[in-house]
Write a protein that binds this ligand. Sequence first.
Ligand SMILES: Cc1cc2nc3c(=O)[nH]c(=O)nc-3n(C[C@H](O)[C@H](O)[C@H](O)COP(=O)(O)OP(=O)(O)OC[C@H]3O[C@@H](n4cnc5c(N)ncnc54)[C@H](O)[C@@H]3O)c2cc1C
Length: 301
Amino acid sequence: MLSVECRENFEVKKLTSFKIGGPVKKVYFPASVEEFVEVLKAEPDAEVFGNLSNTLVSSDGYDGAIIITTKMAQVDITGTKVAAECGIKGPKLSQLVAKEGLSGLEFMIGFPGSLGGEVFMNASAKGQCVSDKLIKVKCYSHENGVFELKKEDMGFSYRTSRCQKDDIIILAAEFELDKKSADEIQAQMDVNLNFRKSHQPSLALPNCGSVFRNPEGNSAGRLLEEAGAKSFSVGGVHVWENHANFIINSDNGTSLDVLEIMYKMYSAVKEKFGIELRPEVRYLGGKNQREVELCRTLNIR
Ligand SMILES: Cc1cc2nc3c(=O)[nH]c(=O)nc-3n(C[C@H](O)[C@H](O)[C@H](O)COP(=O)(O)OP(=O)(O)OC[C@H]3O[C@@H](n4cnc5c(N)ncnc54)[C@H](O)[C@@H]3O)c2cc1C
């Protein structure tokens, strides 16, 4: 019998940045890495999520178990080395290290990922990415149990890590940061925050960040804009007026609304430029057949 916090038929919608999603059969909230590993062993099919800021949860819910990591947020700072658990939120981590005069995670300010989600996605902004200053990751796989991977074995590239194809769970990560003055770091974080305010929707407009990856040497936002996507809306969701690579849930939108509008966006770019955009957003669901078909067409995992 597991002693880890677990909620049944949990309304996960309120935890997602999209504010979309039906009940999930079982949701675990481990409070330590030891508890996390205990749940992973007991529930080998459970999906792992952090802050659900890059995930579309089906409005029809999910029939299995998931694990939310956000209660694991311990950070150890020794000199320029920073070891952090996977559930810490990016903005909190960047502020903690900034106070110690450590530079390298300024880009994490202002977007709502957990460290685990950021390593999984190799999150990036303003010319910095998670893998830049990362040294190693403490991982778990059902095959190997707990083990470590060095940065060079993580298969990092644009918005990609090896964890996406090999089903590797991130427990914690270690960084080697650079010494800088706290003022200089704060100034960079202010620049990043101001850029965000003028170029991206705030969380007051529920969204999940960029919907599609940038094709090599191109901008998904520009292609979408030129294909007319800024005028698109479906049900309760629409493409953001200020940047065509964002979908806003403005009026109680559903996951199907999101997938249908993504299909419209994808088709418009394919028709005009012959380019097939690849989604960045991930999906949790599977009970709605139309959604499953759209995910297959759009190549969403
Ligand atoms: C307003 C806004 C702005 C954003 N701006 C940016 C940006 O500038 N740059 C950027 O890169 N992203 C951005 N994003 C997207 C998102 O925040 C990032 O992709 C982030 O890395 C996702 O973290 P998460 O914890 O929310 O992941 P989740 O949505 O919880 O999960 C995303 C994926 O990661 C996997 N995952 C999560 N934790 C773990 C773990 N511990 N082990 C293994 N797999 C795990 C999940 O299974 C899932 O497949 C933005 C999102 C929003 C809403």
